[in-house]
Write a protein that binds this ligand. Structure first.
Ligand code: CAA
Ligand code: NAP
Length: 246
């Protein structure tokens, strides 16, 4: 049987790198998205190759529908149809709401919410027609519980959950599952960007006493992408060290 193809957006970041590695170990051909002209692309690919991973890079700006159309078309022509999509690319532009400007709002909504539409829309028809597919959306604990300083981010991440549930219902009979993971604070550049004092206060609130590791998210992506996960759809799965239990 030919290998299935997985596309991971924002694949060269902290969580994306681990997701890509887990899916490759599971036997997928993994296409790793990054922004057009991403300066560390070749270095990242070489590092991965040295570790034994042969990833195929796909440049595309997730915030742009046209860029995503071109990217997916190229992947389909040069690699093949996409069976698994991990909507992982994301950004923060934190600030208290009164001080948040329209640019901060738009940037986060464009990547974290519209970006999910922009890529998923390219692949969902093919998955449904072929009768098998997996959409895995990386949301956030802060899309569920809210977080001061993140009205933009929490709105986008909460929106992603509504998207997940609704699309799951639309494609449930077609062999395509749509699920979301809501990670808590995971040790990547995104969390390192928080001012140290604030970051330490946030991590001190986590019941397990530490930030999560990217591989702890990737392990769940691996399960959701598998055949055995075919009965799980529309779910939001929490991995947050006990920060928010409901
Ligand atoms: N709740 C309520 N009010 C708070 C607050 C909180 N948690 N933290 C600060 N404030 C209040 C202060 O008391 C102060 O009030 P006054 O003006 O009345 O004195 C005011 O907010 C300070 O506002 P500033 O705009 O001056 O704050 P700042 O510029 O120093 O910092 C911030 C604002 C950048 C948002 C900073 O608080 C911050 O980084 N917070 C953390 C946000 C966060 O958790 N981001 C997660 C990033 S990682 C990620 O997103 C991954 C994921 O999914 C988990
Ligand atoms: P990260 O290391 O900053 O990785 C994010 C990746 O997304 C980066 O490689 C970034 O590229 C890429 N990206 C940003 N904008 C893009 C765009 N327009 N098009 C294509 N790629 C783009 O952060 P991370 O922690 O791994 O985050 C991965 C996902 O997990 C995000 O959706 C995030 O919201 C979510 N999440 C993270 C945490 C956490 O605590 N770390 C918790 C919950 C959820 P550049 O580096 O070139 O900008």
């Amino acid at each position: 049987m030919s290998k299935k193809i997985a596309l991971v957006t924002g694949a060269m970041g902290g969580i994306g790198t681990e997701i890509s590695k887990f899916l490759a170990r599971d036997g997928f051909i993994v296409v790793t998205n990054c922004l057009p002209g991403y300066p560390q692309k070749d270095e990242w690919l070489a590092k991965m190759k040295a570790e034994g991973f042969d990833f195929i890079a796909a440049e595309g700006d997730i915030a742009s529908y046209e860029s995503c159309t071109a990217m997916v078309k190229k992947v389909e022509t040069e690699v093949g149809p996409i069976d698994v999509l991990v909507n992982n690319a994301g950004i923060t532009r934190d600030g208290m709401f009164r001080k948040m400007d329209k640019g901060q709002w738009d940037a986060v909504i464009d990547v974290n919410l519209s970006g999910v539409f922009n890529v998923t829309h390219q692949v969902i028809g093919g998955m449904a027609d072929r009768g098998w597919g997996r959409i895995i959306n990386i949301s956030s604990v802060n899309g569920i519980r809210g977080q001061a300083g993140q009205t933009n981010y929490a709105a986008a991440k909460a929106g992603e959950l509504g998207f997940t549930k609704s699309l799951a219902l639309e494609v449930a009979k077609k062999g395509v599952t749509v699920n979301a993971i809501a990670p808590g604070y995971i040790a990547t550049e995104m969390v390192l960007a928080i001012k140290e004092e604030v970051r330490n206060q946030l991590i001190a609130q986590i019941p397990v006493g530490r930030a999560g590791k990217p591989e702890e998210i990737a392990g769940l992506v691996s399960y959701l992408a598998s055949d055995i996960a075919g009965f799980m759809t529309g779910a939001t799965l929490n991995i947050n060290g006990g920060l928010h239990i409901y």
